[in-house]
Design a protein around this ligand. Structure first.
Ligand code: COA
Length: 179
């Protein structure tokens, strides 16, 4: 499985992504508004290993697609994908980009390509994303892709760094709004 965009390749994570993966997944700034702590090397090894059975058809927990910079063959981030048995035609996405590569449109390019594939090939009806209200770079990515802010969820996620509950925005994009 491979999704190609002008500058990127989206594909499943591989064991030899470890150093690139750790570069951003161990960075506290990058992991700041995600419900995950920065990873140790051991955690990264086991995380990548846990992704070996991934498939776009799979319904269940989160799966991670690597975002590779085409020119350099370097992994610069990843996108999360989750579809549940309750409603497999609704997909939840997440995204993370290495700090050194942020602000260059890569998240927008990757999330746009993944949403496009879900709509066109996998019969997905709606793509959703949940974002900490303190994370404007993240909701800017969604708004550039025409997602609508559909809800403001009050104190709906626990931030381990601040040790408190924070609000999130719920964004959605319908198939008919895509493209
Ligand atoms: C959110 C994230 C994935 C964006 O990646 P990226 O590749 O830099 O995104 P893009 O370059 O495609 O777009 C970012 C947009 O946010 C804007 N932006 C960045 N920081 C911002 C800020 N503090 N306030 C407002 N807008 C901001 C950029 O200017 C850009 O918008 P523009 O194209 O209109 O100028 C990246 O910042 C990241 O990995 N953050 C840490 C992980 C994370 O928060 N993930 C999201 C969890 S839901």
């Amino acid at each position: 499985m491979q999704i190609e965009t002008p500058r990127l390749i989206l594909r499943w994570l591989r064991a030899n992504d470890l150093e690139d993966f750790l570069e951003y997944r161990s960075d506290p700034t990058v992991m700041r508004y995600q419900s995950m702590s920065p990873m140790t090397r051991e955690e990264a090894v086991s995380f990548i290993r846990s992704q070996s059975g991934n498939s776009l058809d799979r319904i269940g927990g989160y799966q991670q697609l690597g975002v590779e910079l085409k020119n350099e063959g370097k992994l610069i981030g990843d996108c999360a994908l989750k579809r549940t048995t309750a409603q497999p035609r609704i997909a939840e996405l997440g995204y993370t980009i290495n700090r050194r590569f942020q602000g260059m449109g890569y998240a927008t390019e990757a999330v746009g390509a993944l949403a496009g594939l879900l709509f066109s090939k996998l019969d997905v009806h709606k793509v959703v994303a949940l974002v900490d209200v303190r994370n404007p770079a993240s909701f800017r990515v969604l708004e550039k892709l025409n997602f609508t802010r559909e809800a403001h969820l009050r104190k709906s996620y626990f931030d381990d760094v601040d040790g408190d509950w924070f609000d999130e925005y719920w964004y959605g994009l319908l198939k008919e709004e895509w493209g």
